[in-house]
Design a protein. Structure first.
Length: 171
């Protein structure tokens, strides 16, 4: 098995969303060689070849891998963290096993600008997402700190077509 274990180093309150938690963990192996392949299959992932890092969101939780470090942010409790780490371990191992069939992507994925994202939001500043404005939400979506589904109004007409356009890029 390529990635045998992921050890939790600490768990603390998430400074960016204080109702959630963040954790530093250490993988049993440097996962850098798998990252370009993860970048090829995780649409919307943020891969940085020079830094050997990749960031992506899974079920509202932010996961950042840097060599053998796996940092997890915005999870609800230890149970959710353990489930996510199991998922990450399976993802890395399944990807590693399939590398000969997968196409690696060594460049950052194209992502629309903050203004393009903003143009597809309802622009009502309703704050249902917890942000002060649609522009603030667009800026955080660009940084992969929130998910499209966090904007509830996008699931309603007349915004669903715009939601589908955003999903094509980030989903
Ligand atoms: S929930 Fe959607 S429409 Fe409301 S402020 Fe947030 S991004 Fe804008």
């Amino acid at each position: 098995m390529f990635l045998k274990s992921i050890k939790i180093l600490d768990i603390d309150v998430c400074v960016r969303q204080r109702s959630t938690f963040a954790s530093h963990t250490r993988a049993s192996v440097d996962v850098s060689e798998v990252m370009p392949y993860l970048n090829g299959i995780l649409k919307g992932a943020d891969y940085n070849k020079e830094a050997d890092s990749i960031k992506f969101i899974q079920n509202h939780v932010e996961i950042t891998m840097i060599k053998d470090q796996i940092n997890v942010a915005k999870f609800a409790n230890r149970t959710e963290l353990l489930e996510l780490l199991d998922w990450v371990q399976d993802l890395v191992n399944d990807t590693y096993e399939s590398m000969s069939e997968l196409t690696p992507l060594y460049t950052a994925q194209h992502r629309p600008s903050v203004m393009t994202i903003y143009s597809l939001l309802p622009k009502t500043n309703c704050r249902k997402c917890g942000e002060k404005s649609c522009m603030a939400f667009a800026a955080r979506l660009y940084k992969l700190e929130v998910e499209i589904s966090d904007c509830g109004p996008l699931a309603e007409e007349p915004y669903t077509a715009n939601r589908d356009k955003l999903n094509n890029v980030f989903a």
